[in-house]
Ligand binder design. Structure first.
Ligand SMILES: NC(=O)c1ccc[n+]([C@@H]2O[C@H](COP(=O)([O-])OP(=O)(O)OC[C@H]3O[C@@H](n4cnc5c(N)ncnc54)[C@H](OP(=O)(O)O)[C@@H]3O)[C@@H](O)[C@H]2O)c1
Length: 247
């Protein structure tokens, strides 16, 4: 007699809205048991109520770094294992081109970068020991260059890219994949009200691409794919020209 295959288990940090929430829904659709982590309990409750057998919720602020190890262990115990972690938590406070606001900047680094490191530093040794697993970080095409609009958001995503690449180089030899997701524009609260956006993906569309890239262990995935070409061109533009482009 063959044993029933166990459902896969995933953890999504920054799960209460936008891309993270859509990833929870997509993972549920694919049969995963999912731990959904964020601060807004009501949003998490809605996700759980849509699939109570598969979704567990955890109210957590990623800037409470010291609580992450205990939270991670609790989630692995509750789910009964772990095969994928998606770090989707992120903020991009509105600023104008003359703003230099350290309080806002620190928040961006705390949530986008340090929260990511706090959580993935737990996932990495867990998956290494297990000899399998998939880590997915939602970065941004905005990390490819320093731009005038959101300097510290760019910085947080550039640092995230380097951290994820280093994790990939460490963990690939242990059977663990690390995927850097670089979305272009996605229709979420983060982009609401912004003007001049184009090639805007739906969160559901982004989530399908993200979960598939994680399952396939892709190193990098732009969403939509056409942004990869834009990213390549942007990275190749010499600094003295990029500076004059007013982007
Ligand atoms: N939308 C785009 O066009 C776009 C493009 C490129 C990259 N991205 C990236 O995609 C990721 C998801 O963003 P989104 O567009 O889906 O925006 P969103 O709807 O605003 O989602 C942001 C998520 O981050 C969570 N979060 C923020 N601060 C947190 C904290 N201190 N502790 C725990 N969770 C926190 C939020 O949950 P709570 O507020 O409930 O805590 C929410 O679930 C971000 O990393 C963003 O930089 C987005």
């Amino acid at each position: 007699m063959t044993a029933e295959p166990q459902p896969q288990c995933a953890l999504v940090i920054g799960a209460s809205s936008g891309i993270g929430a859509a990833c929870v829904t997509e993972l549920v659709r694919r049969g995963y048991r999912v731990a959904a982590v964020a601060r807004r309990e009501d949003r998490l409750d809605s996700l759980r109520d849509a699939a109570p057998q598969q979704v567990r919720t955890y109210v957590h602020d990623v800037t409470e770094f010291n609580t992450v190890p205990a939270r991670f262990s609790e989630i692995v115990d509750d789910l009964g294992g772990l095969s994928m972690v998606i770090y989707a938590a992120g903020v991009m406070p509105k600023i104008d081109v003359d703003t230099y606001d350290f309080t806002k900047d620190k928040k961006v680094i705390d949530v986008n970068l340090l929260g990511c490191i706090a959580w993935l530093n737990q996932a990495a040794p867990f998956f290494q020991k297990q000899g399998a697993g998939s880590i997915v970080g939602i970065s941004s095409i905005a990390g490819d260059r320093g731009r005038i609009g959101y300097p510290v958001y760019n910085t947080s995503k550039a640092a995230m890219n380097t951290y994820l690449e280093a994790l990939r180089n460490r963990l690939s030899r242990h059977g663990v994949s690390v995927t850097t997701i670089k979305p272009g524009y996605v229709a979420t609260a983060m982009t609401e009200g912004m003007e001049g956006l184009f090639w805007v993906a739906k969160a559901e569309q982004a989530a399908r691409a993200i979960v598939t890239a994680g399952e396939r262990g892709k190193p990098t995935r732009y969403v939509l794919r056409r942004w990869a070409l834009v990213g390549l061109v942007i990275r190749c533009i010499p600094s003295f020209i990029f500076r004059r482009m007013n982007v």
